[in-house]
Design a protein around this ligand. Structure first.
Ligand code: SF4
Length: 222
């Protein structure tokens, strides 16, 4: 069992039913919502979904936003995922000229100076590449779970509230369900999870959390 699995891999009583529902939803999504893609941050939820897509042999490509600020462990996992995934894994990076101009003007750590600069950094490194990744897609798959925060407490399995449908196959999974799946299926995952990073993003904006802190306390903590 993985170190993170040691701590977390206690599945819900109805885990097998949830897993069957998730598999059925992914099969249905692949048939009904093309073109469809999975957005992967390479976090625990996303590696579980990628594993499901591959094991079900679904025609669903995956994309990752490589912001230029990811931890080395995340970049290594990205390389392994690209090498081992049956489904194609496409990487989107920020526009080089935008990054060069922004860093020349604001330095390497603008996110600590103000909320506006943090948002500007996110726009260049995440929002604009995400727009490119989703262009032309009818739907996308995310790893959102209701348990992650109060704001996500109502996340539906299929979200049609926006023009592009969002499929959230793990909406009702617990953190224990995710780790149970990872452990039971020997899924490759980011070793930062073994160091108490539940939510992994850009290196300057993520830190480890203490046991008992909110899941997303490790993001934008300053
Ligand atoms: S999460 Fe931090 S480093 Fe990443 S794009 Fe946003 S502000 Fe920049």
């Amino acid at each position: 069992m993985s170190a993170a699995g040691d701590l977390h891999a206690r599945p819900s009583k109805d885990f097998e039913a949830k897993l069957a529902q998730t598999r059925a939803l992914l099969v249905r999504a692949a048939a009904e919502f093309q073109p469809l893609t999975q957005a992967s941050s390479l976090g625990a939820e996303d590696v579980a979904i990628t594993h499901l897509i591959n094991s079900l042999q679904l025609d669903i490509p995956i994309f990752v936003l490589e912001t230029g600020m990811l931890h080395p462990q995340t970049l290594e996992l990205l390389e392994r995922t690209q090498a081992n995934s049956r489904a194609p894994v496409k990487v989107y990076r920020p526009l080089e000229e935008s990054v060069i101009r922004f860093v020349a003007r604001e330095g390497n750590e603008p996110m600590y100076k103000s909320i506006e600069l943090r948002k500007a950094c996110c726009h260049i490194r995440k929002v604009e590449p995400l727009e490119r990744a989703l262009a032309g897609q009818k739907a996308w798959i995310t790893g959102l779970r209701r348990e992650q925060s109060n704001a996500r407490a109502e996340v539906p399995l299929i979200d049609t509230s926006e023009a592009r449908t969002k499929i959230n196959p793990l909406a009702d999974w617990t953190w224990g369900d995710v780790w149970h799946y990872i452990d039971a299926n020997d899924v490759d995952y980011n070793p930062l999870h073994d160091e108490f990073f539940p939510s992994i993003g850009c290196a300057p904006c993520t830190r480890a959390i203490s046991l008992g802190e909110d899941f997303r306390a490790g993001r934008w903590w300053w």
